[in-house]
Write a protein that binds this ligand. Structure first.
Ligand SMILES: [Zn+2]
Length: 206
C-alpha cells in the first residue's frame, strides 16, 4: 500500500459516536482523531509487514470473478481506508493474486484485477514514497509521470485508467507489490541502508 504525504484525504473522518457529554467540537475532533488512529493501528496489524515472505512473492493471475474475489476487494478497500493509505495490493494481505485497490483523483475506490500497463510516460520524477508494509520508512523513488493501465474490475468488466503524476505513482507502487518489489528496491543505496536500519529492530521484536 502506498502511504503518501497527502494524508489529508482521511484526516477528517467523523466516525465517533454522538456522545452528548461532549459539546466542544474541539474535543469531538480530538476523539475522532484518536479513534481514527486506533482504527489505523488495527488495520496496519492486518497488513503484512516487511520481513513477511508474502511481500516478496509474485502474485498470480485471477481466473475466477466470484464472490470470494468481491469479498477480498471489499476487505482490501476497508483496510486501505482505515490504514489511511491511497492504495493496497492483495500481496499485502497475504493473497497472491493480481489485484490492487486505489482511489484515483476525487473518485471513489476502484479495484483493478490482472492489471496490464499499456502506456508509460517517458518522463520520470523522483519523489518520496512510503508504504503501509514498511512503517516509518520514506524513501525517494523514481517513477514515470504518466501511466495507462487496463484490466478488469471485481465483476470481470474491462477497465482502463489513464493516470497523471500522483495516481500514476500510486499504481506503479501497487504493481510493484504484485511482483514482490518494494520501494527499498527502487531507491538509492544510501536511503536503502537507512530504511533497513529503521526496519531491522522491528523484525527482531516480532
Ligand atoms: Zn506499499
Amino acid at each position: 500500500m502506498t502511504e503518501h504525504d497527502h494524508t489529508h484525504e482521511h484526516d477528517h473522518e467523523h466516525e465517533s459516536g454522538h456522545g452528548h457529554e461532549e459539546d466542544s467540537s474541539a474535543t469531538e475532533e480530538a476523539r475522532a482523531e484518536a479513534e481514527a488512529a486506533a482504527r489505523r493501528r488495527l488495520a496496519l496489524a492486518q497488513i503484512r509487514q516487511y520481513g513477511d515472505p508474502a511481500l516478496r512473492l509474485v502474485a498470480h493471475q485471477v481466473e475466477d470473478f466470484d464472490d470470494d474475489l468481491r469479498r477480498l476487494v471489499e476487505r482490501m478497500t476497508v483496510l486501505m481506508h482505515e490504514a489511511q493509505g491511497v492504495g493496497l495490493a492483495a500481496t499485502q494481505v497475504g493473497v497472491l493474486r493480481r489485484i490492487f485497490v486505489f482511489e484515483p483523483g476525487e473518485e471513489g475506490p476502484h479495484a483493478v484485477v490482472n492489471p496490464v500497463v499499456v502506456d508509460r510516460a517517458g518522463e520520470t520524477l523522483i519523489e518520496d514514497e512510503g508504504c503501509l508494509s514498511l512503517q516509518g520508512v520514506r524513501v525517494p523513488v523514481e517513477r514515470a509521470v504518466g501511466l495507462t493501465i487496463e484490466g478488469k474490475d471485481e465483476n470481470g468488466e474491462d477497465v482502463r485508467y489513464e493516470l497523471g503524476e500522483y495516481d500514476a505513482r500510486v499504481v506503479q507502487h501497487e504493481l510493484d507489490h504484485l511482483d514482490g518489489v518494494l520501494i527499498i528496491d527502487r531507491t538509492d543505496d544510501e536511503h536503502r541502508k537507512q530504511a533497513l536500519s529503521t526496519l531491522r529492530p522491528r523484525i527482531v521484536l516480532r
